[in-house]
Design a protein around this ligand. Structure first.
Ligand SMILES: [Zn+2]
Length: 450
């Protein structure tokens, strides 16, 4: 495999607009395309989506499971990389997150950070800056090898979502070859082949319902209490939440055409006269297998809206999770703090593999062995369709908007229970609603000034 080394350049070039080098190497196994760096803007009360183009040509016309994108190599200097959301887009407009606000409070730089489907160094979201190694990105690289033409303009988007620091993109390389990121297909179950999908308990006919649970690993790995004198997050408990679908069918929602400002029907996504963002009624689409034939029903469920906060700019499903802090006294649960219900874009950021340490949920290992594994395809946050595929998961990191609980002032130090509830209104159908509340013990008050 040929990897070219780009010398680091001093920052603050006048020609910030992005002088793009295209270097093409070919060998028997890999082809590398590179773009070389430029200054990254800070967040100044509004954010700018910086775009870096990588021209790719001379490759086979189809990227799929036999040839395609193998890995991405990134070098970037920034004093607090958790300000950054880094997205890669293929020429056909499919995009995935390479890394979204990882690095916690003070991690700096990405140095020789390789992203690949099964990166040996683990998940980028669980890693420590400067991320030197081979990591699994926040999104699924295999979405970029789904049969589209890899030749054309690839785009790397970098968004700085918090003020204080500029940065420098030193280099980004795309490495193509014959060991591409590809979906692991273990079963023939598919919408076009529903007769090969399984029903619970070996039945012939069934509704293929989702079953949503929190994956403990992500929250345990990303949870932090901030003191009251913290400049950024005073008095907050911040946490990640990752929702996996361990059911027999996908969680799929579809937007209707019914947009509302209050009770007034309007034409499209817009700001209402009262200054609030309007809502779209959504249905949940539930697939069924009957006599080996596919059918589906749509059930009215919740609502959706356009989330314009930094780092989002896409559609969110309302009231998707709720965070609570409780204390058990004499076997009675007392509610200490409750966050406002948090909205999410439902999409499959990752998929469970049996070999992952984090795919153990309640003592059971999930992954390729799941019935109907991989059913459903939900790569975007549009309003027409969102969802989480079977065996897929949707991650919201601890530094994303809304991933926090406001702690009461003068809260006594000690152990409390954090609860995360998925679909707190019970608007969505699942095969099991009883496993929607995740709880873990958290120790509060270590940093607090009483
Ligand atoms: Zn979002």
């Amino acid at each position: 495999m040929n990897i070219n080394i780009i010398p680091l350049k001093p920052g603050h070039q006048k020609w910030w607009l992005g002088f793009i080098f295209i270097l093409w190497f070919s060998s028997l196994s890999a082809q590398t395309f590179t773009t070389k760096g430029t200054e990254l803007y800070d967040y100044y009360g509004y954010y700018f989506r910086q775009k870096f183009k990588i021209e790719v040509n001379g490759l086979a016309s189809v990227a799929d499971s036999t040839f395609g994108l193998e890995s991405v190599l990134l070098n970037l200097h920034h004093q607090r990389v958790s300000d950054l959301k880094i997205t890669l887009e293929s020429p056909d407009g499919t995009s995935i997150w390479l890394s979204n606000r990882n690095g916690k409070d003070s991690g700096a730089n990405y140095i020789d950070t390789r992203f690949s489907q099964f990166g040996k160094s683990g998940l980028i979201s669980a890693a420590v800056a400067p991320f030197t190694g081979n990591y699994r990105p926040d999104g699924q690289l295999e979405f970029l090898n789904h049969g589209q033409n890899p030749n054309g303009t690839w785009k790397l988007y970098i968004e700085d979502l918090k003020s204080d620091f500029n940065g420098i993109l030193d280099s980004i390389q795309l490495i193509f070859g014959h060991h591409p990121a590809k979906a692991i297909i273990t079963q023939k179950c598919a919408f076009e082949n529903i007769g090969l999908c399984n029903c619970p308990n070996g039945k012939n006919d069934c509704e293929l319902l989702p079953d949503l649970v929190i994956i403990p690993f992500f929250t345990k790995n990303q949870i932090q209490e901030y003191a009251w004198d913290d400049k950024q997050y005073p008095g907050q408990l911040r946490l990640a939440a990752t929702i996996a679908n361990i059911g027999y069918g996908p969680m799929e929602i579809t937007g209707t055409k019914n947009w509302f400002c209050g009770t007034t029907k309007v034409d499209s996504s817009q700001i209402c006269p009262n200054g609030k963002i309007n809502r779209l009624l959504v249905n949940q689409k539930v697939y069924s297998r009957k006599n080996a034939i596919l059918s589906y029903k749509e059930f009215p469920a919740g609502t959706m809206y356009f989330e314009n906060k930094p780092g989002h700019n896409h559609y969110h499903v309302d009231d998707w999770v709720e965070f609570r802090l409780v204390k058990t006294v004499n076997k009675k649960k007392i509610l200490i703090a409750k966050g406002s219900k948090v909205s999410y874009c439902l999409f499959t950021t990752g998929i469970l593999y049996n070999s992952d340490v984090f795919s153990a949920i309640d003592g059971k290992q999930y992954g390729e062995n799941m019935p109907n594994y991989g059913l459903g395809n939900y790569p975007t946050c549009n309003f027409d369709k969102q969802g989480i595929s079977v065996g897929g998961y949707d991650t919201y990191g601890m530094l994303y908007e809304g991933q926090s609980l406001a702690l009461p002032k003068n809260l006594k130090s000690g152990n409390y229970t954090l609860e995360i509830e998925i679909d707190p209104h019970h608007w969505y159908k699942e095969s099991n609603k009883k496993n929607n509340i995740f709880s873990m013990t958290v120790s509060i008050g270590k940093q607090q000034i009483n």
